[in-house]
Design a protein around this ligand. Structure first.
Ligand SMILES: *Cc1c(COP(=O)(O)O)cnc(C)c1O
Length: 415
């Protein structure tokens, strides 16, 4: 079919509908490396603004760390630019194996296989290890990439209410007739910054003979005493059968992901996972840099400790200032505003004050739960946080929401 006027109009109309629905996503162009301080062009063509970045997944501040950049240069020099092959033909170097071993050791698992991204790891893992006789029981708020992976696999799909362990138990009981049961959860949920109750989940999975898959993308590198992740936080290292995670967040933030866990599961991924078999993996330059990241975070907890302090400080000061902060411990700090327009207005005003945050509203979060999601980083110094807090106070006062509880904000602004 030609790209006819009719087809063009169809797309134009759809794009217009997205715009009218207030759901149009715009890019903001960053003219500097990813860091605590960035230079941003927005809207397109505008003069560059110097901003404090409060919405990156750069949790450990390693995205532009000098040692990581140096390792990337060395990787480029010693192992070249491209692999020009998928892993199983001629796309595996010694440094891929080395990085997998470092991840295995760090995560406390049996083995690891790299993928081009965690999205690809999630797209491949379910189909590789489950069939029609099996069932997947997933938390209802798991990440979109897990949903996609589950869709690609023939196992029966079921879900349990978000973090509701009674409901999970019911489902586990109900599915005792299946060959394999696999419970699926995120470790830290990215919109609320809350932890899945992994200790209870592991206990239930042991009682009802089920495996467990944990996507720890928002935790690997900084949650838990030594940063292993949510399983360390809950004292269940070694008990998670499958961990998927990303190298695109705390671990340097370039790209890449992995499946780590039971040796046979990792082997099944190498034999059957389609993104592993049919797509190039991480290029040497990123593998070399990620490998250096693993060394840095294995040697010292300095960066995750600083992140923890920053998180405590920011949560405390913002709560004191009178914001409605969803309580928690993770560096994902949702400033609750409930009203979608209010979240957009405040984000906009903060931008003018030099603070880069994004307002989230339906359908990214449930209706009536609009918020600004702040994300802290070990790259933030106290001055960054103080400046951000001062700006939040100024703009919060302007909109008259300081000290207001949920009900009062909704009374004032509606939903
Ligand atoms: C970010 C994220 C992913 C995707 O990671 P990529 O490596 O960027 O594909 C997958 N799962 C969760 C829970 C995430 O937060």
């Amino acid at each position: 079919m030609a790209y006819s006027d009719k087809v063009r109009e169809h797309y134009q109309k759809t794009i217009e509908e997205i715009r009218e629905g207030g759901l149009f996503k715009e890019e903001r162009f960053i003219h500097s490396p990813q860091a605590a301080d960035i230079k941003v062009e927005y809207p397109e063509g505008a003069e560059l603004a110097s901003l404090i970045n409060m919405c990156a997944n750069n949790y450990l501040g390693l995205s532009s760390h000098p040692e990581v950049i140096k390792a990337a240069h060395e990787g480029l020099d010693s192992r070249g630019y491209g692999m020009s092959s998928v892993r199983f033909i001629c796309g595996t170097q010694d440094i891929h194996r080395e990085l997998q071993d470092k991840l295995t050791k760090f995560l406390g698992t049996e083995d690891t296989v790299l993928f081009p991204s965690c999205m690809d790891a999630n797209a491949g893992v379910f189909e590789a290890i489950l069939g029609e006789e099996d069932v997947i029981i997933a938390d209802r708020l798991v990440h979109a990439s897990l949903i996609d992976g589950i869709r690609l696999c023939k196992a029966q799909y079921d879900s349990f209410k978000h973090m509701n362990m009674d409901h999970l138990e019911q489902k586990l009981e109900m599915h005792q007739d299946k060959r394999i049961r696999l419970v699926v959860t995120d470790g830290v949920f990215s919109m609320d910054g809350d932890f899945a109750p992994l200790d209870k989940m592991v206990e239930l999975c042991e009682r009802y003979d089920s495996m467990i898959l944990l996507d720890d993308s928002h935790a690997t590198g900084f949650i838990g005493k030594t940063g292993k992740g949510t399983h360390e936080h809950f004292g269940v290292v070694g008990k998670i059968d499958v961990i998927t995670t990303t190298l695109g967040k705390a671990l340097g933030g370039a790209s890449g992901g992995c499946v780590s866990g039971r040796a046979e599961i990792v082997e099944m991924c190498k034999q059957r996972a389609r993104p592993y078999l049919f797509s190039n993996t991480m290029p040497p330059v990123i593998v070399a840099a990620a490998s250096r990241v693993m060394d840095i975070i294995s040697q010292t907890t300095e960066r995750r400790d600083k992140l923890e302090q920053n998180t405590k400080y920011f949560r405390e000061k913002m709560t004191e200032a009178g914001f409605d902060i969803r309580p928690g411990e993770t560096p994902i700090v949702p400033v609750m505003l409930y009203n979608a327009q209010l979240s957009q207005d405040i984000a906009h005003d903060l931008y003018a004050e030099g603070i880069y945050v994004i307002g989230f509203f339906y359908p990214v979060v449930p209706q009536g739960q609009a918020r600004i999601r702040c994300q802290l980083s070990a790259a933030h110094d106290k001055e960054h946080l103080d400046k951000a807090i001062a700006a939040f106070k100024k703009i919060g006062a302007k909109h008259g929401i300081l000290g207001l509880k949920k009900k009062e904000i909704i009374e004032k602004y509606g939903l």
